[in-house]
Every structure is written in C-alpha cells, then in structure tokens.
Design a protein around this ligand. Structure first.
Ligand code: GLN
Length: 208
C-alpha cells in the first residue's frame, strides 16, 4: 500500500504527543503515511487507523455527541474493522460501561465496542501519576515503561478480549480484534512497540 492515513481524535487531551509519537513510529519503520488531528466525519471516514487520546473522557464524550455525525462515523468505522488505539480516556471511551471509583456510575457517552467494564481513576489520590515497568508478552521480552496519569483499570473482560498486561493483578491493557486499549500512555514513553502493534493491524486492515 502506498500511504497510510492515521487520525488522532482532536477534541481534547494529549493530541500533539500522539501525533508526534505515531509519526516517529512510521518513520522508524520506513512507512509512508500521515498522522493528523481529526474531528469531522468526512476525514474520519477516510482513515486507515484512529487514535483516541488520553484526556478527560466525560469532556470528550460530551463534545463529541454535540458534533453531529462524528460519533456515529467513529462507531461505524470501528465496527467495520478499522484499527483503533485508545489510551486512558480513549480506552474509557471504547468501553461498554464505565464507573468512577469515588462517584460511582458516570452515565457518560461511550462508544461501547470494547467488551470491558472500566473503573475510572482507579489508582486513587496517592498514585494519581506514576511510572512502572510492565511485562507485555505480545511485545517481546523487554519490559515496557508504563506512564499512568489518573488511570483507569479494566474489569469484566469479555471472551473476545485478550489481556495484554496486568499491574498488581489489575488489567491495564487489552486487545479485542482491531481495538487496542491501554490504561497508560504509550505516546509519552520512548518505547514505540505498542504503536508498532497498532500499525501492524492497520497494514493488515488496509490490504483488504
Ligand atoms: N481520569 C481520566 C478520565 O477518567 C483519564 C485520564 C487520562 O486520560 N490520563 O477520563
């Protein structure tokens, strides 16, 4: 394939960091492609892959639902098999249900294709932000530096969901077919192996 088109949902959150880290991955792999902030249906309809960045999932959900067709277009593309990488708030957006550790049910707007239940802000105040080395077997033997910022954890995974890694027994990364979700922020560490996994899915998807 000639050139791949990756979008980063440009509503709220760490959009620029996601663009830069993905551009770097394409360059390292000698792949032709573009990475751009997207927020309109027309541009999302043309993508080969989409990143839902970290930020504040309630804000992203609210802003998205007042933007006409964007919400439905994203749902449709993911259902069609377009690869998507959701980190932190992006992971929450993909889940079928989310509740907050302190305030309980949040009744927020979610895409809902990822068959997991999310506990938001699950690491509590003392551990709002931290870094830790994770074992992620699908990425090889070397540990992966996970950067967690007011991170969620993943519960009740459905049978089509593979668990990629756990931290202290809690699931913090999963894959369900074309969907990758992480509680941590791979765009903020120097390791590009998760992006490579995402891009591998994109190359597979765009062959068809
Ligand atoms: N706590 C945020 C939320 O619940 C997620 C934090 C993040 O994306 N770094 O939406």
């Amino acid at each position: 394939m000639s050139s791949i088109k990756i979008g980063v949902l440009g509503i709220q959150g760490d959009i620029e960091e996601n663009i830069l880290s993905t551009e770097e991955t394409l360059k390292n792999q000698n792949l032709q492609g573009t990475v751009e902030s997207v927020r309109y249906s027309e541009s999302i309809a043309e993508l080969d892959g989409l990143i839902l960045p970290g930020g504040e999932s309630t804000v992203i959900g609210n802003l998205l639902s007042i933007q006409g067709k964007v919400f439905q277009t994203i749902e449709k593309r993911i259902t069609e098999g377009m690869p998507v990488l959701g980190t932190c708030a992006g992971l929450i957006m993909l889940s079928k249900r989310a509740y907050d550790k302190v305030v309980g049910e949040t009744k927020q707007k979610l895409f809902g294709m990822l068959d997991v239940v999310i506990e938001r802000n699950a690491f509590g105040r003392q551990h709002e932000s931290f870094e830790v080395d994770l074992e992620i077997p699908i990425l090889g033997k070397d540990l992966f530096r996970g950067i967690f910022i007011r991170a969620p954890i993943i519960n009740n995974v459905g049978e089509n969901v593979s668990i990629l890694t756990k931290l202290n027994g809690k699931i913090v990364a999963v894959k369900q077919n074309n969907i990758i979700g992480t509680s941590f922020h791979p765009e903020l560490s120097a390791d590009r192996r998760l992006h490579e996994l995402f891009i591998k899915d994109i190359l597979e998807f765009s062959k068809n």
